[in-house]
Write a protein that binds this ligand. Structure first.
Ligand code: PHE
Ligand code: ZN
Length: 875
């Protein structure tokens, strides 16, 4: 059987959805924990759904079946059929009680799915299909059951025993073991099941809900991390309050527990009442975590908490509905972060992410709709499209309906579907009922892959400004989207629209060709500059023939901070793309002059650092090499991208050197570290400014970075100094890196920053350095965080070396992926998306990268996870 036959045989399609043949109303689980032989006993009430005589089919993987009891009688072997994935009971009653005993080996579970061990403790990960590695079950999200759990374990090794829901009892079970009982009153899908057992300490707190109920909160970590939980706890309480105030959603159990584990494939997991986190999204104190870490913790803690309603109380009918919970929850956590910090900067960062990752995904071989129509391995669909584009699609509904109407829609949704497993259609239906709007055209956003492009042109008539918009999309059905626009004069003054005081209009774009005419009171000799898609109201690419002058004006005068930033980005792109294209065959003999408009805009923005340092930091951030590479459909000129980007940065630093220094000095934050917006902005603008200054060949600026490193009492400032120095090889940089390593080598989470920085260095033999670092005592191929920090950062963050013309980067990465695929297929599949780009490479590189892909894809042992990615990539 060829690879394609092997994988296509497993394709699962949305169109084939059928309601389950059997429902399971309750499940009582008893775990007898042991690292290599855990006994799981599951007693379920099963009932036939509808009238049919089909067999009961249960999923199960990597399980050792010990016994089956059917209504109290042991089921003999000829009464069921067992394969390595399914347990079939052909002939069952209308309703019955089934008790299944299985044995599993958590210590051997390296895939980090199901019940596994991390740092000697037990934990679980069941989304999307991990529960079938714990017991035989109808493992699909539309089976909602009430769970009760008993955990029996050695009381010295596993003093803390946690499961979903509320605690019932903790007693001795004799022989040095104890038994904990938990009951979750809310019916839930199996993917939300969780259990934790281990030597953990907790930071405890309480929260009083809006109706006056007291909730016990706890964050469990390994004892040596006890002093790193305060920020996560603070974020949790803020999230709980925010969801009450913003969506009217109150928490619904007596306890809310979070556990941080070091070995985790993703960011975190919203298990009912027992969230399990990758420790990188919990642990922080000023000297160990950067501002970016603090922000990540705040948003992921919020995200998982918000799932309690958007995901848990109302869940997904099937995995094609994944964005129903993820897109909505990302939108919720984005708005939460915007309320906690700077709304403008949050929007800029979210859109920047979307453009760099989701737009690229949508333009490549893994492109899929927000609601995919088929999959082979659902783990491959936890993507930026489902999450981030999904969030944009919910945001558009908020914008089209307005907040109040949207909120009526969410109330209706939570109310009507509480305790049910539903579809994206159901969500849209609520929005449509709440607003009286027909959203059938809007549905297209969920159904079709690809980033729509809007071609915009304009014209003037006496007293009139005309805007024409054309949708450039595959297919003939136009999208519906809100598009905020405003107009500015060449002086940067806002123009009143239609003789009113209104400056901004929300256009509803819904036809292939559409035009709008605004009456404006502007003399014909004064230029009108449109500010389009303000706040990025629609996740589209806009094509309008902006020139340097217009962009420079918008970057300065636009009243929408997002569009100011965007104008700056477009200004960078204009110059950089032109230089890259003309420099594709090598550097030009003399340096091209720095464009006046760009330089002036840069200088003007620097002067604003007093008001909003964080915004300034965003505006002076050059587009990444990755984003520049994405602008090329073929023959991506990696060397020219790297060279021209660095050159432009250095030229700007030369011109603005003294202003940069001034900004650096003025933004010295207060003496002790605090995570609050202004101080974060100050540190961030210093990071940027410093990395401009260090591109200049001046010992004084290197010394500035060294001093910052020496004086810093927090990780943000010390790591930013390292970052600024990493731009080019120097002895000081090596010395500081060595000191950093000396101080932190026993703390792998912190060493991840160091690994990532090493992996991205372009000086010397980068791959050789990465190879050596794989032997570093803090590195482990088994840990996903380490792998992403070192291997992922090399493949994604070191375009120069990864894409070296001899193909060494491709071959080496393929070897690592093959190795990892042997024990953690999800991790392997994620890394393999670095190869999506191969068709856009020049022919010589493309052949080399394709060879690496073929080599991974053709291995008989290739996992379904990896082969779906490599297969699609090869197309
Ligand atoms: N559902 C998790 C979230 O988005 C992500 C996740 C998916 C975690 C699969 C683990 C496994 O919050
Ligand atoms: Zn989520």
């Amino acid at each position: 059987m060829s690879t394609n036959e092997r994988t296509s045989a497993r394709e699962i399609r949305l169109a084939d959805y059928q309601a389950p043949d059997y429902l399971i109303d309750t499940i009582d689980l008893t775990f007898n924990l042991d690292p290599i032989a855990t006994r799981v006993s599951a007693t379920m009430h099963v009932r036939r759904n509808g009238s049919h005589s089909r067999p009961l089919i249960l999923n199960g993987e990597s399980l050792k079946l010990i016994s089956i009891d059917y209504d109290g009688e042991k089921l003999s072997e000829h009464k069921f059929a067992l394969t390595d994935r399914l347990l079939t009971l052909p002939d069952v009653r209308e309703d019955f009680v089934l008790t299944i005993v299985t044995e599993i080996n958590p210590a051997a579970n390296t895939a980090l799915e199901g019940l596994y061990q991390s740092a000697g403790n037990f934990c679980t990960q069941c989304e999307p299909e991990g529960f079938r590695r714990i017991t035989y079950f109808v493992d699909r999200p539309d089976i909602l059951a009430r769970y009760s759990v008993a955990i029996i374990a050695d009381e010295l090794d596993y003093p803390v025993l946690l499961a979903n829901g509320n605690p019932v009892s903790l007693e001795s079970a004799g022989e040095g073991r104890q038994i904990a009982r938990w009951v979750d009153p809310h019916p839930k899908p199996s993917y939300l099941f969780a259990l934790v057992a281990g030597k953990l300490t907790a930071l405890k707190d309480t929260f009083i809900t809006q109706s006056g109920r007291k909730i016990d909160l706890a964050i469990y970590v390994e004892p040596h991390n006890a002093d790193r939980c305060a920020h996560a706890m603070d974020s949790l309480k803020k999230s709980m309050r925010w969801d009450e105030e913003t969506y009217g959603r109150e928490y619904d159990l007596d306890v809310f527990n979070i556990v941080a584990v070091d070995d985790f494939n993703m960011g975190a997991m919203e298990n009912k009442g027992l969230n399990i986190f990758n420790s990188r999204y919990i642990l922080a104190k000023p000297d160990t975590a950067t501002d970016a870490d603090y922000a990540g913790i705040e948003s992921v803690v919020a995200h998982e908490y918000f799932h309690n309603w958007s995901g848990n109380r109302v869940t997904c009918r099937d995995w094609f509905q994944l964005s129903l919970k993820e897109g909505f929850t990302v939108f919720r956590d984005q708005e939460f972060s915007a309320d906690m910090g700077s709304r403008a900067v949050n929007r800029i960062q979210d859109v920047n992410m979307l453009r760099q990752i989701q737009f690229a995904e949508d333009a490549g071989p893994q492109a899929h709709p927000v609601q995919p129509k088929s999959y082979r391995e659902i783990n491959n669909f936890y993507t930026s499209t489902v999450y981030n584009k999904g969030a944009e699609v919910v945001r558009m509904q908020r914008n089209l309906l307005g907040w109040e109407t949207f909120r009526r829609g969410t109330d209706l949704y939570f109310d009507r579907f509480d305790g049910q497993a539903v579809t994206i259609e159901d969500f849209l239906q609520c929005m449509s009922e709440a607003s009286g709007k027909d959203l059938s055209q809007f549905r297209r956003w969920y159904d079709v892959a690809g980033t729509p492009k809007l071609r915009v042109s304009d014209a003037r008539l006496p007293g009139q400004y005309i805007l024409k918009i054309q949708q450039e999309i595959s297919g003939s059905e136009p999208y519906m989207m809100p598009l905020d626009v405003a107009l500015f004069t060449a002086e940067g003054d806002p123009i009143a629209l239609d003789g009113t005081g209104v400056l901004v209009q929300t256009l509803t774009v819904c036809e292939m060709h559409q035009s709008w005419s605004f009456s404006v009171d502007v003399p014909p000799n004064i230029r009108i500059i449109p500010s389009l898609n303000r706040g990025f109201t629609a996740p589209v690419e806009i094509h309008y023939p902006y020139d340097q002058e217009a962009l420079a004006i918008l970057s300065h005068a636009d009243s929408d901070p997002f569009n100011r930033w965007d104008a700056m980005q477009k200004l960078w792109l204009l110059t950089l793309l032109e230089r890259i294209k003309s420099g594709q065959n090598g550097p030009s003999e003399s340096e091209p002059p720095l464009p006046e408009g760009l330089s002036h805009a840069f200088g003007q923005i620097l002067l604003e650092s007093d008001q909003d340092p964080m915004f300034v930091a965003e505006c002076i951030s050059l587009p990444s090499e990755k984003y520049l590479a994405d602008q090329f459909d073929e023959n991506i000129p990696f060397e020219a991208i790297h060279r021209e980007r660095n050159l432009l940065r250095r030229q700007l630093a030369e011109v603005w050197e003294s202003t940069l220094l001034l900004v650096y000095e003025k933004n010295q934050p207060a003496d002790h570290y605090r995570y609050e917006p202004r101080a974060v902005g100050q540190r961030q603008v210093r990071r940027l400014v410093l990395s401009y200054l260090t591109t200049l060949d001046r010992p004084a600026w290197l010394q500035l970075a060294v001093t910052q490193f020496d004086r810093a009492d927090n990780m943000t400032e010390s790591f930013n100094a390292l970052f600024a120095l990493s731009v080019r090889p120097t002895d000081v940089f090596e010395r500081l890196m060595a000191r950093f390593e000396e101080r932190w080598r026993h703390d792998p989470l912190i060493m991840d920053k160091w690994f990532a920085l090493q992996a991205q260095r372009t000086d010397g033999d980068a791959l050789e350095r990465v190879r050596q670092l794989m032997g570093h005592p803090a590195f482990s191929l088994k840990n996903p965080n380490r792998v992403h920090a070192l291997i992922g950062s090399y493949a994604r963050g070191n375009l120069m070396d990864f894409h070296a013309p001899d193909g060494h980067g491709y071959q080496w990465l393929a070897d690592r992926i093959i190795e990892i695929d042997g024990f953690n297929p999800q991790l392997a599949a994620r890394l393999a998306t670095a190869f999506n780009i191969w068709k856009r490479l020049d022919p010589a590189r493309a052949i080399l990268m394709k060879e690496a892909l073929v080599r991974m894809n053709e291995r008989p042992a290739c996992s379904p996870d990896l082969s779906e990615i490599t297969g699609k990539s090869l197309g």
